[in-house]
Design a protein around this ligand. Structure first.
Ligand SMILES: C[S@@+](CC[C@H](N)C(=O)[O-])C[C@H]1O[C@@H](n2cnc3c(N)ncnc32)[C@H](O)[C@@H]1O
Length: 338
């Protein structure tokens, strides 16, 4: 569980000063309905309709999107990359940029693009704090579908932005994003069947453009997930992961939740330009089943989806496998590790 930086939490609470939290709580229901509406992908009709809805988004979604960004960017940080510039598309309140700066402190330039001026104001209030002193921040209010930025962004992020676009706009947006990416492109989406279906299309297109997908995929073959929204729902499965999000008092109040945490499902892609980079091992695509004396893993491998059992007799492999979680990679499971 990643903890929201103190700075961000303070700004969030500050945004609620002199605000009737009850009104924000009421607007959350409407906003949730809009986000769940399958016809909601239309940039011309922004999902957030008023300031109370925006505040409800800030209080309940920033903790979740920050935690997911943290998890995904930590996977990227395991590679030997150095990023000095970031382009954040559909940046909203700047969550992905803020998280990226914490994980890659070497970032010197951040360009954020969104069309919501109030999100811009919130992001700028955080990004001007001393921690970001030595970073050049530029937040442009414009339509990301008309992206006209020159190449040269080491890292490009599209965090929870694509699912607000129609499919053909999402496709051209990713095409343009990839064209201006110098090293890595990260796409994060909700962990729903629908968002995954679209992400899988983007993955296939990126491979055609010459990208190397290093996560979550452990191969560049066709995605083996049995996900076709028109087929038997019992046979559906989609590539998604889960992370635990800590809930603040404010978060609990607006969401009317009692637990101090919630589990956030997400899907993601990390595409890189360097084709020489080694691919990861087999990815664990479900929560491991822990049974007496053995562990069962659902893995995505270059041979497709495989269920693999690691038994206690495989001593050191078993020891390593006991620590492995959903979303991690697993060392070569063919290893004769007795
Ligand atoms: C769900 S929010 C995600 C914000 C942020 N990236 C995060 O992870 O918290 C989606 C953002 O995409 C922006 N957006 C949607 N369509 C857009 C477009 N065509 N051009 C620019 N921004 C757009 C919205 O204004 C909103 O701020």
């Amino acid at each position: 569980m990643s903890v929201l930086p103190h700075l961000l939490l303070e700004k969030l609470e500050g945004a609620f000063k002199n605000i009737d939290k009850m009104l924000v709580k009421n607007e959350r229901h409407l906003l949730t309905r809009t986000y769940r509406d399958p016809k909601g992908n239309d940039t011309h009709n922004p999902r957030i309709k008023n300031n109370h809805q925006r505040l409800s988004y800030l209080a309940t979604r920033i903790p979740a999107t920050y935690t997911v960004c943290h998890e995904v960017l930590s996977r990227l940080a395991a590679y030997d990359f150095e990023f000095s510039s970031l382009l954040d598309l559909g940046a909203g309140p700047g969550t992905a940029s803020i998280c990226a700066k914490y994980i890659f402190p070497e970032l010197k330039k951040i360009l954020l693009i969104d069309q919501d001026k109030d999100f811009k104001a919130f992001a700028e209030s955080v990004l001007t704090e001393p921690y970001f002193d030595k970073t050049i921040i530029d937040y442009k209010l414009c339509d990301m579908r008309a992206l006209k930025t020159s190449p040269g962004h080491d890292l490009v992020m599209l965090s929870y932005g694509l699912n607000e676009l129609r499919d053909k706009d999402a496709q051209s947006c990713v095409y343009k994003a990839w064209a201006v990416t110098e090293k890595a492109l990260v796409i994060i989406e909700p962990g729903t069947p629908k968002a995954f279906t679209n992400l899988r299309k983007r993955r296939a297109e990126l491979i055609q453009y010459g990208a190397k997908i290093i996560a979550p995929c452990s191969h560049q073959n066709e995605c083996p997930m049995p996900m076709d929204l028109n087929s038997d729902p019992k046979k559906l499965d989609w590539c998604h992961f889960s992370t635990r999000v800590e809930r603040s008092h404010l978060h609990k109040y607006i969401k009317e939740g009692t637990l101090p945490y919630e589990d956030e499902k997400f899907s993601y892609l990390i595409a890189i330009k360097d084709l020489t980079m080694l691919l990861p091992n087999n990815r664990i695509v479900k929560r491991p089943k822990r049974r007496p004396g053995h562990l069962i893993f659902d893995l995505c491998t270059s041979q497709g989806l495989v269920q693999h059992t690691v038994t206690k007799s495989q001593k050191s492999l078993y020891k390593k496998a006991q620590k492995a979680e959903w979303g991690d990679t697993l060392d070569d499971f063919n290893a004769q590790d007795k």
